[in-house]
Ligand binder design. Structure first.
Ligand code: 5GP
Length: 236
């Protein structure tokens, strides 16, 4: 049976499943940066990201964060609940890096306490501009109650992931998550949480263990992803 492709993003494809409320997400081996300006294919990358994402979603569900994950269906494939996605990139930052230090006078590597939440508008053609609550409300992207819930969930995700990475000797510098509404209108974490969407530094050396290795040609991307996946997944 040929599956019906519903949507192809830069690194994942979404297919219709045998159930109307469920979708199949395929994590592809494509890797892109700078709004698609840099592109490559790295055999095996999709599987690493799918496995890490699934593990982190499972840990988050267990900690009370509703996610879209239903099941892992073979290498690089996940069965998920159908969500109507909210076009917001919710970013949590524990340590100043990336666009925060490019755009504001923060010193790279300084601790942000309490963590910062930044919300960007998910639109590559506009380079994902930063939003504030007033713009979100004026564009009717979410209600104030939903925004409050997204922020509370994002901080909870941060707590859980900080615990996971602290145990592995990895610093969770920042990460980006996306949310959607399920058939009952409930907000759930969707998309992925992987080495493509988190900024991770080795706790000792502060070496990058994430997509910055690809963005800034800091080393071998695939072996970095493999090492991080092994650390997160343990003896799975
Ligand atoms: P920054 O704003 O510093 O570029 O990114 C902050 C964090 O959010 C980083 O961990 C980065 O990987 C993630 N992030 C921001 N925008 C995107 C995006 O469009 N796609 C993905 N996969 N991650 C993003």
């Amino acid at each position: 049976m040929t599956e019906e492709l519903l949507y192809a993003g830069k690194a994942k494809s979404i297919y219709r499943s045998d159930s109307p409320d469920e979708l199949i997400v395929v994590f592809r081996d494509d890797i892109t940066a700078f709004d698609g300006g840099k592109k490559d294919v790295l055999a095996g990358k999709g599987e690493y990201n799918a496995r890490v994402s699934a593990r982190l979603f499972e840990l988050l569900e267990a900690a009370g964060v509703p996610t879209h994950l239903l099941a892992v269906e073979g290498p690089g494939r996940m069965r998920v609940r159908w969500l109507t996605m909210i076009p917001l990139e919710v970013i949590v930052r524990n340590i100043a890096a990336g666009s925060l230090v490019r755009n504001y006078p923060f010193e790279e590597g300084s601790r942000l306490d309490p963590p910062l939440i930044v919300i960007d508008y998910k639109d590559d053609t506009r380079h994902d501009p930063m939003l504030n609550d007033e713009i979100v409300l004026a564009l009717r992207l979410a209600t104030q109650a939903e925004l409050d819930e997204l922020k509370a969930l994002a901080l909870r995700v941060n707590e859980v992931l900080n615990g996971v990475f602290a145990d592995l000797g990895i610093l969770l510098v920042d990460f980006k998550i996306e949310f959607g509404r399920d058939a009952g209108g409930r907000i759930r974490l969707g998309d992925e949480i992987s080495m493509d969407s988190m900024r991770l530094w080795d706790g000792e050396t502060r070496e990058s263990l994430d997509k910055d290795v690809y963005r800034f040609a800091k080393g071998d991307v695939l072996s970095t992803y493999a090492r991080v996946a092994d650390r997160i997944l343990g003896d799975e």
